[in-house]
Design a protein around this ligand. Structure first.
Ligand code: NDP
Length: 384
């Protein structure tokens, strides 16, 4: 029997990997809705190929173009932030949440409030809305399946075990393209260099986050919400080969690790097939060819982002949402050539120092904190 799926962020990197797996298993899936922000042609092409019932653009100004592109096809079209939430609220067996940034929060919450199964790639949504989202998951009996390769690895290593038996969770990090760069070199890093990740092929924003190590910091916060073992039991380790995707250590001294190729289709397949398994077109790991696996402690002097994230989640309340919003503004400014690479964590730190807010209790509170933190970060850009 086929299952239904909605893909939020279908035109992105995670969206493409998800659709690649669906394309190879066409009879197993019915596509309900596909969404994008402004990539109209790509969205229309995918909607036709996958026989989607609905196609939605987040940026409403592109709706007429989408309407034209899909005229006479029978695919419903819609546009705007509310339309994304309405698409996410339609009943399906699985929602792939792969919008980048806090822009995905409303749609993710809509899918959770329907009590659905949500494969969550959109880490910024969980970082910003932490307690609000996890409370909604419990209240609506929704299921969150982690797509991020590290969290998916942890999720797999936890299967059949009790969280209370975990003594430590280790998130591995490749260290990004600038792992061996010194402070002077980092100051000159360009957007093109930052998006050229050595092991993973990803969207621009997460690639920059990987280069600053903010990605690992966001993942630390994400892990705290997904696997509440306490902050002291979470650590980050640099593992340049990206073969071990994360590890769980138990109180008896056993450490379970998940290994696999550096291809998002592995964790995505784990979510699509959960709780079973499915085939992927990937070559098995060639461990003899890889030869060595190495591990290093992170250097928080050159890469302060993980420290900022640890401090933000230790402070709790609105701090992770402020951090995430400031980082989104800073990364966009870096990609636009407005600021240098090392200004990214500096802007995040300055925004955190200048703006604090009461702990958000609702989705609206989170969005208000996000909006205000963005405005504060943008002020820093004006005075740069
Ligand atoms: P991409 O930039 O490749 O794709 C982002 C998707 O979101 C696109 O479909 C884009 O549409 C859509 N989108 C962007 N802005 C908005 C908006 N304001 N409203 C609605 N839709 C929007 O990102 P990735 O696929 O790389 O990443 C997606 C998420 O998954 C991120 O949170 C990332 O951290 C996470 N992730 C990604 C991994 C990867 O390997 N790429 C690995 C682990 C996690 P459009 O094309 O029209 O701009």
């Amino acid at each position: 029997m086929s299952r239904s799926i909605t893909i939020l962020g279908a035109t992105g990197s995670v969206g493409a990997s998800t659709l690649d797996l669906i394309r190879r298993n066409r009879a197993d899936w019915q596509v309900e809705a596909l969404t994008a922000n402004c990539s109209v042609n790509e969205l229309a092409k995918l909607a036709l190929e996958f026989d989607a019932k609905l196609a939605v653009v987040g940026d409403e100004s592109h709706l007429p173009e989408l309407r034209n592109a899909l005229a006479g096809s029978g695919v419903e079209v819609d546009g705007g932030a509310d339309a994304l939430c309405a698409a996410a609220a339609r009943p399906v067996d699985l929602t792939m949440a792969a919008i980048v940034g806090c822009a995905g929060l409303g749609p993710v919450m809509a899918a959770i409030e329907r009590g659905g199964t949500v494969a969550l790639a959109n880490k910024e949504a969980l970082v910003s809305a932490g307690e609000v989202m996890t409370a909604a998951v419990a209240r609506h009996r929704a299921t969150l399946l982690p797509v991020d390769s590290e969290h998916n690895a942890i999720f797999q290593c936890l299967t059949g075990n009790r969280l209370s038996d975990v003594s430590r969770i280790t998130l591995t990090a490749s260290g990004g393209p600038f792992r061996e760069w010194n402070a002077e070199q980092l100051a000159t890093a360009t957007p093109a260099q930052a998006v050229a990740h050595p092991n993973w092929d990803m969207g621009a924003k997460i690639s920059v986050d990987s280069a600053t190590m903010m990605n690992k910091g966001l993942e630390y916060i994400e892990a705290h919400y997904l696997f509440p073992v306490g902050l002291d039991a979470l650590r980050i380790i640099i593992h340049p080969q990206s073969v071990i995707h994360s590890m769980v250590e138990y109180r008896d001294g056993s450490t379970l690790a998940q290994l696999g190729p550096s291809d998002m289709r592995v964790p995505i397949a784990s979510c699509l097939a959960w709780p079973q398994r499915m085939n992927t077109p990937l070559q098995p790991l060639d461990l003899a060819g890889i030869g060595n696996l190495s591990f290093f402690a992170p250097d928080e002097t050159r890469f302060p982002a993980t420290r900022l994230c640890r401090d933000a989640i230790a402070e709790g309340g609105a701090a992770p949402a402020v951090l995430n919003a400031a980082n989104e503004v800073a990364v966009a400014a870096f990609l636009a050539g407005q600021i240098g690479f090392t200004r990214i964590p500096a802007m995040v730190e300055e925004t955190l120092l200048r703006y604090s807010a009461p702990p958000p209790a609702t989705l609206e509170d989170v969005l208000a904190v996000d909006g205000e933190a963005r405005a504060r970060a943008e002020q820093l850009l004006e005075h740069a």
